[in-house]
Ligand binder design. Structure first.
Ligand code: PGA
Length: 218
């Protein structure tokens, strides 16, 4: 519960997040800021590789990944699922099918994120384990640009559902492809070597209380 003292807490919360997390981390911060209005939040957004590079700089209190790097001294807090969904233009022939085979999906021209993207990494790992490769037609550095390119009929893709609007209005069809979606989780990562500031401690407790419904609601 809120105590009068919380409103007096001050300090800076410094976050470094992957591009797909920018759809929900601001909502989490919005709620957090209502409880702690004196806290100044900064966040940096980049692809997975850029955020891994930020770990070496070591400035942020938390790093948000869905595919955290191995072999770094990180404390990870898992906080909600991340589903990577197959998408196609609304009028695409695959969009009308009850079930799409991976073979069919991988033959369609595919719009892929850049090298260094965690989304790309997850797609490559999953498909190659299953013995498939996407038919890469374009490489695009932005989730939004991929979504709009799919809308305009340039190809199919796999994107985190966080990048899609929910319900009928997303503008793309979510395909029912065998072996998909790719399900991973979001993690708040913290360098064990960096002491938790009072503000970071509050935020960590706060993040634990959040579930997906709260973050995405509305
Ligand atoms: P990215 O983010 O594709 O922008 O790197 C997603 C992730 O790292 O899981």
């Amino acid at each position: 519960s809120l105590s009068g003292l919380q409103g007096l807490k001050t300090g800076t919360l410094n976050l470094s997040i992957v591009t797909t997390a920018k759809y929900f981390i601001p909502h989490l911060i919005g709620e957090f800021s209502k409880e702690y209005p004196q806290i100044d939040t900064r966040f940096r957004v980049g692809n997975r590789q850029q955020i891994i590079d930020q770990l070496a700089v070591g400035e942020a209190d938390f790093y948000v990944f869905s595919h955290p790097p191995e072999g770094m001294d990180l404390e990870l807090t898992e906080f909600m699922p991340n589903r990577l969904q197959a998408i196609a233009p609304l009028d695409h022939p695959l969009a009308g099918q009850d079930m799409v085979s991976l073979q069919q999906f991988c033959e369609a021209p595919f719009l892929m994120r850049e090298e260094g993207s965690g989304t790309r990494h997850a797609i490559e790992v999953r498909l190659s384990r299953l013995g498939y490769r996407p038919n890469i037609h374009m490489t695009i550095e932005s989730n939004e640009a991929i979504k709009h390119s799919v809308m305009s009929g340039l190809g199919v893709s796999i994107l985190s559902e966080h990048t899609l609007a929910f319900g009928e209005s997303s503008g793309v069809a979510v395909l029912n492809v065998e072996q998909l979606p790719i399900i991973s989780h979001w993690y708040l990562a913290r360098l064990k070597s960096k002491p938790l500031s009072p503000v970071a401690t509050e935020f960590l407790e706060y993040a634990h209380k959040f579930d997906q419904g709260q973050v995405l609601g509305g």
